[in-house]
Design a protein around this ligand. Structure first.
Ligand SMILES: CC(C)(COP(=O)(O)OP(=O)(O)OC[C@H]1O[C@@H](n2cnc3c(N)ncnc32)[C@H](O)[C@@H]1O)[C@@H](O)C(=O)NCCC(=O)NCCS
Ligand SMILES: Nc1ncnc2c1ncn2[C@@H]1O[C@H](COP(=O)(O)OP(=O)(O)OP(=O)(O)O)[C@@H](O)[C@H]1O
Length: 234
């Protein structure tokens, strides 16, 4: 199985690229969705976060007030690190089980859309790594338009992540999303050809098909050995 890493900066266009993958029947594990599950009311992550940040981060219905928690952690690196540490085990295991589910369905290529792919060191499990890059002014404009947040909140969120140029330097494939959606689509078509190319041997052997072949070979090997052993003894 090929596990493709997809990352970038906040509002650089990862979800837009993810949607293009999905429209070509390539499944995507979205770390933001997994992180949201990890903060659902009553979950292990929710309990830890409420114990650490207090009930003032809750809405009346008991769910986490994400806007409030975001304002707190994106304005304070220590609190953000603390939140990251609390949620990291739940997010990693959530991603792992999503990958296992897709593996068991027989998918050969899957995409992990993880904003903090490098920061959380998940990049070591993914190849190739795609970075969706955008120029800083376009990034902040798209972020403010989409989230309708204040410029201060928006800049805090951008500054909370590894600079996009540093991510770009670690990429196997860079998608420059500064232009129009048509430009993006044109680049995506080339990326799609690369990502769906023949699997390398190590990718094949860890696919469900590869593991089935290994298990079938081992089973027939054991059966043949047992038969040979029985024949020699009779
Ligand atoms: C602070 C929270 C509650 C704010 O929620 P909100 O709905 O406003 O934002 P959302 O979750 O949709 O995230 C939007 C974007 O913010 C960026 N972001 C989220 N968390 C972080 C973080 N800890 N550090 C840097 N950037 C982050 C990502 O680019 C993400 O795509 C939420 O982001 C959160 O729980 N963050 C910690 C979990 C985490 O690390 N998520 C990233 C998954 S790798
Ligand atoms: N090429 C483009 N031209 C115009 N708008 C775009 C383009 N690409 C993305 N957008 C818009 O920019 C915003 C951010 O894109 P998107 O949500 O895909 O980013 P993201 O990297 O997934 O963000 P986050 O890190 O917050 O999850 C969205 O409103 C999206 O519709």
């Amino acid at each position: 199985m090929r596990i493709v890493g997809l990352t970038g900066g906040i509002a650089s266009g990862k979800s837009t690229v993810s949607n293009l993958f999905k429209s070509h029947d390539i499944p995507v594990v979205d770390a933001d969705v997994v992180a949201r599950e990890a903060l659902k009311k009553g979950s292990g992550g929710w309990k830890k976060v409420v114990a650490a940040f207090g009930e003032e981060i809750l809405l009346e219905n008991g769910e986490v007030n994400r806007t409030r928690l975001g304002q707190i952690v994106f304005a304070d690196p220590d609190k953000r690190q603390f939140l990251n540490r609390l949620l990291a085990p739940y997010i990693s295991s959530g991603i792992f089980w999503e990958v296992v589910k897709l593996w068991s369905k027989g998918y050969k290529v899957i995409v992990l859309d993880v904003p903090l792919l490098f920061e959380a060191k998940i990049d070591k499990f993914t190849k190739p790594i795609i970075v969706v890059w955008v120029d800083p002014e376009t990034q902040i404009q798209r972020l403010l338009t989409r989230d309708k947040s204040s410029e201060e909140d928006g800049r805090n969120r951008v500054n909370a992540q590894m600079p996009l140029d540093a991510k770009k330097s670690k990429a196997d494939i860079v998608i420059d999303n500064t232009g129009s959606l048509d430009d993006l689509n044109e680049q995506f078509q080339k990326v799609l050809v690369r990502v769906t190319g023949p699997l390398a041997w190590y990718e094949f052997w860890r696919s469900r098909q590869g593991v089935s072949i290994i298990l079938a070979s081992l089973t027939s090997g054991v059966v043949l050995c047992m038969r040979a052993f029985n024949n020699n003894n009779s």
